[in-house]
Design a protein around this ligand. Sequence first.
Ligand code: AHR
Length: 329
Amino acid sequence: MRARILYVVLAVCLLVGLVGCGGKKSTAPACRPNCTYKDMVVGFLQTGSEGGWRAANSASFRETAEQLGITLKFYDSQNDLARQVAGFHQFIQDPEVNVIILAALETTGWEEVLKEAQEAGKIVVLEDRRIDAPPELYATYIGSDFAEEGRKAADEMCRLLEGSEKKNVWELVGNVGSSAAKDRGQGFRERMGQCGIQITKSQTGNWSITEGKQVTEAWLKETTDVQGIFAQNDEMGLGAIEALKEAGLKPGVDVKIVSVDATAGAFKAMLAGELNVTVECNPLLAPQVYEAALKALNGEQLPKWVPSQEGVFRADMPNLKEIAESRKY
Ligand code: AHR
């Protein structure tokens, strides 16, 4: 009898030991599998406030959180990568935060902090920007196919330059470490050969009107032998338009311009005949992102990427004014 009791005691200790040693303490949220939006406390690491697209993206997250009853802790990384990583650590250590949403300034350097978040039981969802990290370290990525946006931009530039003797194109690049800049540039280069486009100048304008104008001004001082400008976002395109006008050239006529985002500024420039095309990049991602985060909070497995659906808008569209008036940003 004593032997049997001993075996039972040993078996129980072994079982407790195994669970205690081998099995990690469950860090699943207490509300799982019945979490609701009201259980969500989101730490949102936004890039900064670099232009119209970003303003619309931030508004989407603030307004949708309000509508759904989500507690949103908004962190402005001020376009500084070190600050964004520090903010990520801050949310990992914040016991109230159960979901971290990241709009990554750059594609690399996230693996360690993602592992820490996972060990702390925090759900991580990527919005807007993809990153180079093992997909098992985040729940999902919701954002554009930037390479496809680049391919669309090249197709549009080919159409605009059809019949042109020369096809010299200047490229205004976004933040060089970002997935948006890398992938748009890659996509444009995949397609430009189909019509003989040459990228004769390429430099970062860091997504901004000011820098887009400064870079274009400097190029124009070297040469005016340019037939097209591919601006990786509308702000840099608007900067290029200002520079061309100050140099006595007609933007949209003497030099064709294709940009990306489809913000209100781009529609205004197209209606003025100064911008030829803007390729849409959808910033209104919050409803999709919060829905995915809630599913992940309740333990659902998600596809690792949910691409946004996006279009192309051209200055010669007959109903462009009506489209512009109907848009949210
Ligand atoms: O990631 C999307 C890009 O980020 C937009 O095209 C640009 O305007 C913003 O800075």
